[in-house]
Ligand binder design. Structure first.
Ligand SMILES: C[S@@+](CC[C@H](N)C(=O)[O-])C[C@H]1O[C@@H](n2cnc3c(N)ncnc32)[C@H](O)[C@@H]1O
Length: 242
């Protein structure tokens, strides 16, 4: 009983330390950190659904923008034997923390999947692998539209045909921003939404809403088409609407 209480206390203390770390990184650079608190369990569960759905097959999984690791922690126990997980995180302090989480994770002591943390921008991540599932935690709505298109094209290229990309978008950010931001900033956000909408119209297979997160978020599932390699060009808004 005492042992259980002390390990529970350790987990709470660890989560609090990660909450503070996330807040400090957000204060340093809110644009790339993208939030002031890490994702909650419900959001992590929704983002990792395609991995559960394909269990017990061995999968190649890529997580981009892992932060303090709430989604990584949800992914690791779901990896079946023979799976691999590559975690790509740009912030060197988060990457170091993620390496420690992976090194200490009890599920990795046995013959389970292989997990590697890479400190890199996802758009510069050089890998010979293709992935069955990509989970993105990147704050895409904070970036320039061309940057978002570059990252989305990079994800689609890194997926096996038939593979799934999941990512989230907080609810109401555009309206909140339109009340506080400059015109140029509102225009940038609208252009990003339009770029994302074009990818969604072309590749989306599912969207769900996670209310039990702060803030609530939509989770999108996009799928790389099974055939036609030429289907991978950047969808143009006017083409995608036809
Ligand atoms: C909104 S946080 C999400 C963190 C975590 N997945 C979660 O859900 O709590 C975004 C993360 O993406 C990382 N990031 C931002 N731009 C990136 C890029 N181009 N490549 C890789 N990671 C990036 C940030 O450092 C941050 O850790």
């Amino acid at each position: 009983m005492d042992k259980r209480t002390s390990s529970h206390d350790r987990v709470i203390a660890q989560r609090q330390a990660e909450g503070w770390m996330f807040l400090i990184e957000a204060a340093r650079d809110l644009r790339t950190t993208g939030a002031v608190v890490p994702s909650g369990k419900a959001l992590a569960r929704a983002l990792t659904e395609p991995v559960r759905a394909q269990s017990p097959y061995p999968l190649a999984v890529l997580e981009a923008g892992a932060g303090t690791g709430p989604v990584t922690r949800a992914l690791i126990p779901q990896l079946s034997r023979g799976s691999r997980l590559d975690v790509v995180e740009a912030n060197p302090r988060f990457a170091l923390r993620l390496k420690k989480i992976v090194a200490a994770h009890p599920s990795l002591m046995g013959p389970s999947g292989r997990v590697t943390v890479h400190q890199s921008l996802i758009e510069e991540f050089d890998t010979p692998h293709l992935y069955d599932v990509i989970v993105s935690g990147l704050p895409l709505t904070n970036f320039a539209p061309e940057h978002v298109e570059r990252i989305m094209n990079c994800y689609m290229r890194l997926l096996h045909p038939g593979g799934t990309l999941t990512y989230f978008a907080y609810l109401g950010t555009r309206r909140a921003r339109s009340m506080t931001a400059s015109r140029a900033e509102s225009r940038r956000h609208a252009a990003v939404d339009e770029a994302m909408a074009a990818f969604q119209r072309t590749y989306a297979v599912k969207r769900c809403t996670v209310w039990a997160n702060l803030p609530p978020a939509h989770v999108w599932h996009l799928q790389r088409p099974l055939a036609r390699a030429d289907a991978l060009s950047t969808p143009r808004p006017e083409e995608a609407r036809r």
